[in-house]
Design a protein around this ligand. Sequence first.
Ligand SMILES: [Zn+2]
Length: 245
Amino acid sequence: MKHTDEETLAMMALGEETDPAASLHLYECDHCRREYDSLRRIVTVMRAPGPVEHEPLLPSDDVWNSIAAELQVPDRAVPLPASDGTTGSTRRTGPGALRRTKRFPVVLAACAALLGAASGSALTWWLTRPDAPVERVVADGRQLDSLRANSAGYAHLKSDTGERSLEITVKGLPPTAGYFEVWLMDRTHTKLVSMGVLGPDGHAVLPVPATIDLNEYSVVDVSLQAYNGKPDHSGDSIVRGLYDG
Ligand SMILES: [Zn+2]
C-alpha cells in the first residue's frame, strides 16, 4: 500500500486537498491517519480565536523533514530534531526534488501557516520569503558594517522596560576556537567598554548600565577573541556600526 505523501496530508489538514483516493486512504491506513490527525490539531490550534497556548504541537519528524527538504531549510535554522536520523539536508537532493518544486508555492504557504502556529512569527517570516538565501535569518535592528565578507550584524537598543539593553545578532560568524565579544565604542574607536559575549547562535541581549553615556558610546562592535587571558579588544572585528533605538 502506498502511503499518502506528507505534502498531501498537510494540504488535506488545511482543507486544500480534495483527492478522493487520498481521503479514502485515510480510512484504511492507521499510519497516515495519525499523521493527518496531528496536522489537523496544529491547524485547529492555529485557527482558534484568541490567545493560544504555545504547546509543542509540531509536525511529526517525517512531515517536518519533508517540509525542510521542500524549503531547503538549513539544518541550523531547523528548531526540531530529527530523531530518525533523516535530516533536511539528506532529503534535499533526492530524485523527487524537481517534482516537488512545481508545488513549491502551495506547499510553502501551507507550511508557513502550519509552522507559524507552532514556531512563531520569525519562522513564518523566513518561510514566506521564497527568495531568501539559505543563510538569511531574522534579525532586529540596524545593519552594521561587515568587516568580514560573510558576516552580517544587526543591533538595536531596547529600553521598553525602563532598563536599557542592547540586542545584537550576527550571522555568518567565522569558525573559531575563541569567542565573540560585544563592545560599545565612541566614534573614534578609542574609548570602548565590553558589554558581554554573543551566544553560540550569534545572538545576545546585553544589559547596558545606566551610567554609560550612549551619546558618546554610539558604536557597537563585535570582535573575535582568543581564550588567552587578555581582556583587551583583539583588534579583530567582525561587524561594527551604529545601533538603532
Ligand atoms: Zn498510509
